[in-house]
Design a binder for this molecule. Structure first.
Ligand code: PHE
Length: 346
C-alpha cells in the first residue's frame, strides 16, 4: 500500500475543494460504502502483515479525517462570513406597522362615567357576577315569590329556589356596600358591571352592563337625586339636556321614578329615535326604601338615601348611533375598527 502517495493525494484533493458540496463528495469517494478507504479496510483480511497494514490504514484514515474536519470548519466559516456580509441590517428602513388595539365603545362609556362620578366624590365598587338570591332580591325588598321578580327573567344556577344566580341588576352592589360598611356611616358609590337576563333581540342582550349609584347620608332628598342625575345626563348627552321624573315602581326604592332625558338627536322636538315624544328613557331611580336600609343594618330614622340604575349599553348605543345591541358583544372586527380613533391614551 502506498501510504505516502495516498496521503498526498488526499491532501491535494481536499486543498483544491472550494465548497461544501465537493467536500462532501470527497467524503463519499473515500469513506462511502465503496470508498477508497473502505475498500482498503476490507482488504485487511488478505494482507500478509496485518499489523503493518492496520497501522498504514490508520494513518490514511487519520489524515483524511483531520484534513476533512479542518476544511469543513474553514468552509463553514467562509459561508457564515459571506452570509453576514450579504445580510447587513439597514436600521434606517421603515419598520412594519404594529397593530394596536383600541378601547371598546362600552369601555369608553364606562370610563367616562366613572371619571364623572369620581369627580363628584363617589367611590367605584365592583361586585361579583354570581350572586346569592339574598343579595340580588331578598335584601332589596323582594322576598321569595314576590311578583316583581318576574320583571327580570333571571338565570338561576340550579333551579328557581336555589341560592345562586347570575345577577340580574347591579343593585346587588347597594346591598354589598351597605353590609361592608361596618360603621353604618355615609356612602357615595357607583357599581358598574355586567348583568344577565333571559333576553335576546335588537335592543336586549342576555348580557348587558349597568351602573348602580347609591348615596346614603343624613338629610338626603329627591333634590339631591335630581341634581346628580341632571349633571350625569348633561355630561353624557350634552349640556342642553333636560331631565324629567315619572312616577314608577321598584321594590327597593320609595318613591320610585323613571328618568327621561330630552332626545339628544332632535333636542326635544320629536323624531324617530324618541318615537315623536321628545324624551328618551334613561334610567330608574328612587329614594332607598326604609326596609332596604334596615335589612343592611342602617337606621332609617337617621339616614336616607337615593339609588339609581342605568344601562350603559343604551347610553353607548345613543352616543355612537348603534342600532343593534348584539354588535357590542359580537367581537366583529369590522364593527370594532370603526371606533379606532388614534387619539386616545393607550
Ligand atoms: N335595578 C333596577 C333595574 O335594573 C334599576 C334601579 C336601580 C331602580 C336603583 C331604582 C334604583 O331595573
Amino acid at each position: 500500500m502506498q501510504t505516502e502517495k495516498l496521503c498526498k493525494e488526499i491532501k491535494e484533493k481536499i486543498e483544491n475543494v472550494t465548497n461544501l458540496k465537493s467536500l462532501n463528495d470527497l467524503k463519499i469517494e473515500y469513506t462511502g460504502k465503496k470508498g477508497i478507504i473502505t475498500e482498503l479496510q476490507n482488504g485487511i483480511k488478505d494482507a500478509t502483515d496485518k499489523k503493518e497494514y492496520g497501522i498504514m490504514l490508520n494513518t490514511i484514515r487519520k489524515t483524511f479525517n483531520e484534513l476533512f474536519e479542518e476544511k469543513l470548519n474553514k468552509l463553514n466559516e467562509e459561508e457564515l462570513n459571506k452570509k453576514l456580509e450579504s445580510e447587513k441590517i439597514d436600521v434606517t428602513l421603515p419598520s412594519k406597522k404594529i397593530r394596536v388595539g383600541s378601547k371598546h365603545p362600552m369601555t369608553r362609556t364606562l370610563e367616562e362615567l366613572e371619571d364623572l362620578f369620581v369627580s363628584m366624590g363617589f367611590d367605584v365598587y365592583d361586585g361579583p357576577e354570581i350572586e346569592s338570591d339574598e343579595n340580588c332580591f331578598q335584601k332589596l325588598n323582594l322576598p321569595l315569590g314576590h311578583p316583581a321578580r318576574d320583571a327580570q327573567d333571571t338565570f338561576y344556577l340550579e333551579n328557581e329556589y336555589e341560592k345562586y344566580l347570575l345577577r340580574s341588576q347591579t343593585s346587588t352592589g347597594q346591598v354589598r356596600v351597605m353590609e361592608a360598611n361596618k360603621e353604618k356611616g355615609p356612602i357615595r358609590v357607583v357599581c358598574p358591571g355586567k348583568v344577565y337576563r333571559r333576553d335576546d333581540d335588537a335592543t336586549h342582550s342576555h348580557q348587558f352592563m349597568q351602573m348602580e349609584g347609591l348615596v346614603i347620608d343624613e338629610n338626603i332628598s329627591m333634590a339631591d337625586l335630581k341634581g346628580t342625575l341632571e349633571t350625569f345626563c348633561k355630561k353624557l348627552l350634552g349640556e342642553k339636556t333636560d331631565v324629567r321624573f315619572r312616577p314608577s315602581f321598584f321594590p327597593f326604592t320609595e318613591p320610585s321614578v323613571e328618568v327621561d332625558a330630552t332626545c339628544f338627536k332632535c333636542g326635544g322636538k320629536g323624531c324617530s329615535l324618541c318615537k315623536g315624544t321628545g324624551w328618551i328613557e334613561v334610567l330608574g331611580a328612587g329614594m332607598v326604601h326604609p326596609n332596604v336600609l334596615k335589612m343592611s343594618g342602617y337606621d332609617p330614622e337617621k339616614y336616607q338615601g337615593f339609588a339609581f340604575g342605568t344601562g350603559l349599553d343604551r347610553f353607548t348605543m345613543f352616543k355612537y348611533g348603534i342600532t343593534d345591541i348584539r354588535t357590542l358583544y359580537g367581537n366583529d372586527m369590522r364593527f370594532l375598527n370603526q371606533f379606532t380613533r388614534g387619539d386616545e391614551d393607550r
